[in-house]
Write a protein that binds this ligand. Structure first.
Ligand SMILES: Cc1cc2nc3c(=O)[nH]c(=O)nc-3n(C[C@H](O)[C@H](O)[C@H](O)COP(=O)(O)OP(=O)(O)OC[C@H]3O[C@@H](n4cnc5c(N)ncnc54)[C@H](O)[C@@H]3O)c2cc1C
Length: 469
């Protein structure tokens, strides 16, 4: 393998698929010519990268519609047939994927960011179709005038495509579950380049897999979601946002108290923590707490309890419309994000977790932790109902790290990894097969592997996090 194709920016080797440049690729079909960017075309530099990585693909195909997306997949297959090896094929929606696999070196990037349509299928029932290239800021803006929300993520620029096959841990996770739990159907382009509707009736096994199985089953162009109606007085999707910051002298004690609070909190209440070390064994904890809706009377007791967890360094609480919570700067991408991430689904939120987070943050590459309490509607779903098996763990713990390489990142995360029994594939900068086994453990992994073999026997969809076959 040539050195140029060994350069993986997230510290591990890129998937060793295809040796681009070593064999001639077939001519592009006519229907793809207007959307194809090779390095010699003006505009290539603007489309070759994502948020985490500068890419050097041989071809970027900016699909303007479903037909072009299907033709792009068929073209990748003709390259495979002509060269005897599948080209690297990255799927890109919002370009925010934390494992950076939505661009590559020497292969094809199939970008669907222009597929951005949103439309109600049945407004009264909250059913809406969202295309993969829309961002979560677009979705929040679309739903607000209807007083509806869809649980997603905390940043408006992240794409619907990368998150909606993988999981989705957002501000309404305890009330509404994961984003994949709100999915009712998808339109999926398989390895044959054909589009099919996938739902619980048409193909229950594939519908199981697309909810949490990532991108190894095909390209999703459209998602049918069930949004939830808030019924607020202003009719503008108002929620209560509480921000509290604490100086925690005893992180173990703080974490135990937070765990106790969250276990008994109403499901409308979601709490995300950010924890940073400030020296001398002390930590700053910043909580972003959201009450789903504008029922401040019901919210007040839990808001007060949250404010009383530890001495406060700062505190605000107010009503705002949900889109104001998801900043959507619509930035261009040029590999600007340098930090890398590790995550785990931790079994119990208690003093041991606090001690592990403190230990972890003392290690060289560690920057900060995010801890998101789960439970509620996440735990209502049986672990074999979707390809996201982790339904019993109490929290998602995410470590942001300096990009000092896999070993340093593993070392920093090790204390919390030891308390985890699963992970969220899309909230980590890790493409290694052992991480895939951790994300899709045991029977979930076996079932997903069989399904991927059925859907994509020649491993055309080869650039996201995937199980070794
Ligand atoms: C700043 C930031 C904040 C975040 N906050 C949250 C959060 O609050 N909650 C949360 O759950 N996650 C969060 N994430 C993680 C995020 O959801 C994932 O990184 C997600 O993959 C990004 O999707 P994308 O479409 O923007 O990424 P892309 O880079 O376009 O895609 C990422 C990967 O997803 C797959 N993929 C993309 N499009 C498709 C498609 N149409 N069909 C099939 N597979 C596809 C491919 O494997 C691709 O490599 C955050 C990420 C960032 C960078």
């Amino acid at each position: 393998m040539s050195a140029a194709f060994r350069t993986g920016i997230v510290g591990q080797e890129l998937n060793e698929i295809g040796e681009p440049g070593e064999a001639a690729w077939p001519e592009l079909p006519v229907e793809l010519r207007d959307c194809a960017y090779s390095p010699d075309r003006t505009g290539y530099d603007g489309v070759k990268s994502n948020y985490l990585r500068v890419g050097n693909p041989r071809l970027v195909l900016m699909a303007a519609n479903e037909d072009q997306a299907g033709a792009a997949v068929r073209y990748a297959e003709t390259v495979r047939q002509a060269t005897g090896q599948a080209p690297r094929l990255s799927l890109r929606s919002g370009g925010h994927g934390l494992n950076a696999s939505s661009v590559n070196d020497g292969g094809i990037v199939l970008d669907v960011s222009q597929l951005k349509r949103l439309r109600f299928e049945d407004e009264a029932a909250g059913l809406l179709w969202v295309q993969a290239g829309a961002t979560w800021g677009d979705v929040a803006g679309f739903l607000t005038p209807h007083d509806m929300v869809l649980t997603s993520g905390n940043f408006g620029d992240t794409g619907v495509g990368g998150l909606s096959n993988a999981g989705g841990v957002g501000y309404f996770v305890r009330a509404d579950g994961l984003t994949i739990d709100r999915l009712r159907a998808v339109r999926l382009i398989g390895a044959d380049g054909r589009v099919r509707l996938v739902d619980a009736e048409a193909d229950p096994e594939l519908f199981w897999g697309v909810r949490g199985g990532g991108s190894q089953l095909g390209l999703v162009t459209d998602y049918l979601f069930q949004a939830s109606r808030l019924g607020t007085q202003r009719g503008d999707a108002s929620v209560v946002l509480q921000r509290a910051s604490y100086q925690a002298a005893d992180l173990g004690g703080f974490m135990a108290a937070w765990g106790d609070l969250m276990r008994s909190a109403p499901r409308e209440f979601t709490s995300f923590l950010r924890v940073q070390a400030i020296g001398g064994g002390r930590h700053v904890v910043q909580a972003t707490n959201v009450w789903k809706g504008d029922d401040t009377e019901r919210a007040l007791p839990v808001l007060e309890a949250a404010a009383g967890l530890a001495p406060l360094a700062g505190h605000t609480a107010h009503l705002l419309s949900y889109p104001e919570m998801v900043p959507t700067p619509r930035q261009a991408h040029y590999g600007q994000q340098q930090l890398r991430m590790r995550d785990g689904l931790v079994d119990v939120v208690d003093a041991n977790l606090g001690a592990a987070v403190a230990e972890s943050l003392s290690r060289p590459s560690a920057v900060l932790y995010e801890i998101r309490f789960l439970g509620g509607a996440v735990a209502d779903v049986p672990s074999d109902a979707t390809a996201w098996a982790g339904r019993s763990q109490e929290a998602l713990a995410v470590l942001w790290t300096e990009p000092l390489g896999e070993a340093a990142q593993d070392d920093a995360f090790a204390p919390v990894r030891a308390l985890s029994s699963g992970a969220y594939g899309a909230y980590a900068s890790d493409l290694r097969p052992e991480f895939a086994e951790f994300v899709w453990p045991g029977p979930t992994g076996e079932r997903l592997r069989r399904l991927a073999q059925r859907q994509d026997p020649h491993q055309l969809f080869n650039q996201g996090l995937r199980l070794a076959r």
